[in-house]
Design a protein. Structure first.
Ligand code: GDP
Length: 179
């Protein structure tokens, strides 16, 4: 087994999307395999680390930044985006508004990270709320938006864990392959 303290690359990844879509919960699920029904609102900058071996002998240190409850557009500062190479654009499958705001998040980040580029994965979270009344965004329209912004689309649930590792690992592999 590899020395767990060794890593070859470090990627800084940011979580983007409206308040309450589940950004902190997705991070908690991925890095700690835990879910809380009632999670404390992030104050200050929350920071998570996870290691992923993308191929034998190549270990990536993933550094995640959580938005510190500043999710209103334009209030997230440039320093939050600095040096980030990837972003998860997260919406809540039960919230039409959070889906409609993805475009603004995307534009905001693309403007602020220049001159370097960021790769994205679009995540429809809370897929456990599958019943007719609770799903407000169809897979088809989410895939359409994803295609427009050039990002893969993954449906996930921080609650059950479904799709969570897939979303983070897909993004990591995209960044690694683009290096
Ligand atoms: P953030 O503001 O985007 O970081 O959202 P949070 O992670 O704080 O989550 C907001 C609320 O949604 C919390 O009550 C979570 O327990 C809940 N939540 C987050 N992810 C899921 C999910 O996948 N399924 C369900 N049913 N609830 C979730």
């Amino acid at each position: 087994a590899m020395d767990p303290t060794l890593w070859q690359y470090q990627f800084r990844i940011i979580m983007l999307g409206d308040s309450t879509v589940g950004k902190s919960s997705l991070l908690k699920r991925y890095t700690e395999d835990e879910f809380l029904e009632s999670i404390n609102q992030t104050v200050g900058v929350d920071f998570y680390v996870h290691f992923l071996e993308v191929e034998p002998g190549t270990r990536i240190k993933l550094q995640f930044w959580d938005t510190a409850g500043q999710e209103r557009f334009r209030s997230v500062t440039r320093s939050y985006y600095r040096n980030s190479v990837g972003g998860l654009l997260v919406f809540d499958l039960a919230s039409r508004a959070s889906f409609q705001h993805i475009n603004e998040w995307y534009t905001e980040v693309v403007e602020k990270v220049q001159p370097h580029a960021v790769l994205f994965v679009l995540v429809g979270n809370k897929s456990d709320l599958e019943s007719e009344e609770q799903r407000h965004v169809s897979r088809e329209e989410a895939e359409e938006l994803a295609a427009r912004i050039g990002a893969p689309y993954v449906e996930a649930s921080a609650k059950t864990g479904q799709g969570v590792a897939e979303a983070f690992e897909l993004l990591t592999r995209c960044i690694y392959q683009a290096m």
